[in-house]
Design a protein around this ligand. Structure first.
Ligand code: ZN
Length: 286
């Protein structure tokens, strides 16, 4: 484990795979560096408050491609320090929105009624002075990153955002799940989130391939986690769809439905998830 100005913590998963924790907001963001014989893949790049390429260059000398599990600010902000970056096109608009300080200010004004300041303050600093990001290339379902002796497949799984996806490291049998499967809970109440049925279908899609992975690494919270979490989220989503799950009030315009040790947040008003028309800001909440 190594510390870089206290903002990055590197954890070795194996001799050619590293977790880089970015400690900028209350919940650390996880980036994963996978090195192959010819090249390396960086899955997610964090908020980007400090130069992540200074960390990755201490771990590999191979050329690095950066691919995002989705387009949220805490997964693509560090793209600013790399050239070859990939995001699913369904998240291009959300990514651009988060570069707009007017939207960030409106969102924070609304959400600061519920969230504690230590979570918000460093984010505000980074979000109000966004670094320009390189134009991303479009990820697509089934695409495979060939790193030489190592192959990583894109499995598109909309839900948390429309362009959310997972990466399957075929040789290591590891599934990188971003914000689609993690401990604590999944948010389906953000601008660009899908409905619950779409999220449920994504969990079914992952379960159809469960023989191909033994371990999950998520974008936040505990790591690694067991594949059984996919089944828990599927059950939770189904309990929302058949109305057997109990919706609890949680402020900021949302309900939460708990299932065992996980939870899904859903909007009271589906408008919260709609992408705005060009030139307009999204509906944030009353
Ligand atoms: Zn996210």
């Amino acid at each position: 484990m190594a510390l870089f100005k206290d903002k990055f913590v590197v954890v070795e998963i194996d001799a050619q795979t590293w977790l880089i924790e970015e400690h900028y907001i209350g919940t650390p963001c996880y980036c994963y560096l996978l090195e192959g014989e010819d090249s390396a893949l960086l899955i997610d790049s964090g908020i980007g408050g400090d130069d992540l390429s200074k960390v990755t260059s201490t771990l590999t000398t191979k050329p690095i491609t950066v691919a995002a599990t989705h387009g949220h600010f805490d997964h693509v902000g560090g793209n600013a320090y790399f050239k070859d970056t990939w995001v699913h096109p369904d998240d291009f608009q959300v990514m651009a929105l988060q570069q707009n300080p007017a939207y960030i200010i409106a969102l924070l004004k609304y959400q600061s009624k519920w969230f504690i300041k230590p979570f918000v303050a460093p984010f505000v600093k980074a979000a109000l002075k966004p670094k320009p990001l390189p134009e991303p290339k479009p990820l697509k379902d089934g695409q495979v990153f060939d790193l030489g002796d190592r192959h990583v497949e894109v499995i598109v799984t909309p839900g948390h955002s429309t362009g959310s996806l997972c990466f399957l490291d075929k040789e290591r049998k590891i599934l990188y799940t971003g914000d689609m499967v993690c401990t604590m809970g999944i948010l389906l109440n953000l601008c660009g989130s899908t409905d619950v049925k779409t999220y449920r279908d994504s969990m079914e899609k992952l379960l159809e391939r469960k023989e191909e992975f033994t371990t999950l690494y998520a974008g936040h919270h505990q790591r690694p986690i067991e594949p059984v979490y996919i089944e828990r989220y599927l059950a939770c989503a189904n309990s929302i769809l058949d109305n057997s799950g109990i919706k609890e009030e949680m402020g900021h315009g949302s309900w939460v439905v708990n299932y065992q040790d996980i939870r899904i947040e859903i909007p009271k008003n589906p408008r919260m998830c709609e992408l705005p028309k060009p030139g307009q800001l999204p509906y944030i909440g009353e």
